[in-house]
Design a protein around this ligand. Structure first.
Ligand SMILES: [Cu+2]
Length: 283
């Protein structure tokens, strides 16, 4: 009886574990243009492709290991049950096996380490938010996390922080869509800060995620692929995208949300005028 129960429970674990990999929106709602990835929503970031391939590389490795280990657990539970073999055999470790299960995980970790190096450098190194001469690129806005909301502080029309025309946008992060001469998206640089505890700024559609650490200011950047964004926007009614907090930060964590909206340059400037007028009157 116990053996049967254990086997059923382990099999259930295996099935549920695999099920969590399935995009059930796809199976329930059918294929639509908005559902053509099997895990993530469509993305429109300049480094989204790199992040996705890393994610899927690791996901496939984990899936294979999961099936092997869970399958082994079920198999051995069944094979060596008390009913079939009541005398346990004690044996010393096998050097070959030990070498194998040290070398294989080490090899897998090295594959992950080497494949992520260039993407990590592109995202994280100080040079990522500097120009060719090593000067810091101007900051688009400050992202402030606090229990339980997101606030975006803009430098205002003069482009400088700490002056009289700075304004704050609660909840909504508005970005200008801008291109440089080569047609590549320009980098938008942000300062990420927390007012209280650990939070994590996450925009799934932009594959943009970073922990906000109290007492620490991080320079982070984002590049928007405008053509890809047009394609994504064409598939949805809603023209803005979710911001969520990806770090359990307190009782109100669930409601710590926001929106990202990307506007063409002229509409963006109109929005800045509107925000300025709202916060300082029409003078
Ligand atoms: Cu939070």
């Amino acid at each position: 009886m116990m053996r049967l129960l254990t086997t059923i429970m382990l099999l259930a674990l295996l099935v549920f574990g695999l099920w969590s990999w399935v995009d059930y929106d796809y199976w329930l709602l059918g294929p639509s243009p908005a559902h053509y990835t099997w895990w993530w929503p469509e993305e429109f970031s300049t480094i989204g492709q790199d992040i996705d391939s890393l994610f899927y590389l690791i996901a496939v490795m984990v899936a294979v290991m999961f099936v092997i280990t869970m399958g082994g657990l079920v198999l051995f539970t069944w094979k060596y049950s008390a009913k079939r073999q009541d005398k346990a055999v004690f044996s010393h470790g096998s050097h070959k096996l030990e070498l194998l299960w040290t070398a294989v995980p080490a090899g897998l970790l090295l594959i992950i380490a080497f494949s992520q190096m260039s993407t990590f450098a592109e995202i994280q190194f100080a040079s990522a938010t500097q120009d060719e001469e090593g000067n810091d690129l101007p900051v688009h806005c400050e992202i402030w996390a606090s229990q339980f909301d997101w606030r975006f502080r803009y430098p205002g029309k003069d482009g400088r922080f700490g002056t009289n025309d700075d304004f704050e946008s609660p909840y909504e992060l508005v970005l200008p869509l801008q291109e440089n001469e080569e047609g590549d998206a320009k980098k938008l640089v942000f300062l990420l800060r927390s007012r209280d505890v650990l939070h994590s700024f996450f925009v799934p559609h932009l594959r943009f995620k970073r922990d906000a650490v109290p007492g620490m200011t991080q320079r982070i950047w984002l590049g928007i692929d405008d053509k890809q964004m047009e394609e994504v926007l064409a598939t949805r009614e809603e023209k803005s995208f979710d911001i969520i907090c990806a770090e359990l930060c307190g009782w109100g964590h669930y409601k710590m949300s926001g929106r990202v909206r990307v506007l063409p340059q002229d509409q963006y400037e109109a929005w800045v005028d509107e925000m300025t007028a709202q916060q300082f009157g029409n003078s």
